[in-house]
Design a protein around this ligand. Structure first.
Ligand SMILES: N[C@@H](CCC[C@H](N)C(=O)O)C(=O)O
Length: 292
């Protein structure tokens, strides 16, 4: 592992329905964050701890977002806990907007955030909840079979900017420990890996899920995953707002709380839930250096 950081590194910690993130403010993209440094910061025993890291950079200062700078001043450079890059993070972008408000970069209201999955518009509601316009789901025809502890289920392929496999199960305990990624086949359906959701019914338009996140492990919530689950459940229920002309709302319970997902007749999906900043401090630059 290498780090070029020589001064204390400012960070914050935040979460959305207990999907937690290390936040690294770095307006001018001056902080070097190789995968091993991200993994060290996200380590729950040796580091700060988080399911992922939100690198907060001005869009104009980052090569992946420069083209979006006219639409969104800030870029969410999202990293998974293992240091890998992801296209989108639904809870992350809500926490990101909360951070921008906390830092005084924006006031309550609508905030445009550039992501690798395009610009997302986030609304900071006065009641403390945060709503993000997630865009549209894509549902490829191909799916996979997921297996845990000798039980197998078909899983629906849903892309929310990042890849998801949604399996309906009888009992969330059947998903097992979810420490390691459950095997699925055919593997070729997801050449870049996948987030896997396990879903049970809780009531009319109300489900609960657990998730194994790509690049993390089991997390207590996944926003893109909750949207994928809401859309997969609606289609399973024979509900498609594009056909009925009426928005449909699903409540999705996650281990860390509840997310509310609305799909509109034109396919746009809104997700609402809490997002909070819980701590801030600095990291000793020596701690970021390789152990000798
Ligand atoms: N927790 C996030 C998703 C983070 C990225 C994911 N692990 C991936 O690799 O696609 C969310 O709230 O959407």
């Amino acid at each position: 592992m290498t780090s070029t950081q020589t001064s204390p590194l400012p960070f914050l910690k935040g979460h959305g329905t207990e999907n937690d993130f290390v936040i690294v403010p770095d307006a001018e993209n001056a902080v070097d964050l190789p995968p091993a440094v991200v993994a060290r910061l996200c380590d729950r025993r040796a580091g700060i701890g988080g399911d992922g890291l939100l690198h907060v950079v001005r869009s104009a200062a980052h090569p992946d977002a420069r083209h979006l700078a006219d639409e969104a001043e800030w870029f969410m450079d999202y990293r998974n806990a293992d240091g890998s890059v992801a296209e989108m993070c639904g809870n992350g972008v809500r926490v990101f907007a909360r951070y921008l408000e906390h830092a005084g970069h924006v006031t309550a209201g609508e905030v445009a955030v550039a992501t690798r999955g395009g610009v997302k518009y986030v609304h900071l509601d006065k009641d403390g909840s945060v709503t993000v316009a997630m865009g549209r789901a894509v549902l490829p025809e191909d799916g996979v079979t997921v297996t845990v502890d000798g039980r197998s289920w078909p899983a629906r392929n849903v892309n929310m900017g990042n890849p998801h496999a949604v399996a309906f199960v009888e009992d969330l305990a059947h998903a097992g420990t979810l420490y390691d990624e459950p095997p699925y086949e055919p593997a070729a359906v997801y050449p870049d890996g996948v987030n896997i959701e396990f879903v049970v019914d809780r009531g009319p338009r109300h489900v609960a899920m657990r998730v194994h996140e790509r690049g993390a492990s089991e997390t207590r919530s996944c926003g893109t995953g909750a949207c994928a689950v809401a859309v997969a459940t609606a289609r399973r229920d024979g509900v498609d707002p594009a056909e009925s002309g009426t928005p449909v709302t699903y409540t999705v319970d996650v281990l860390g709380g509840t997310l509310v997902i609305t799909e509109h007749p034109d396919g746009r999906i809104d997700m609402t839930g809490p997002a909070v900043i819980v701590a801030e401090g600095t990291v000793d630059p020596e701690w970021l250096q390789p152990a000798s």
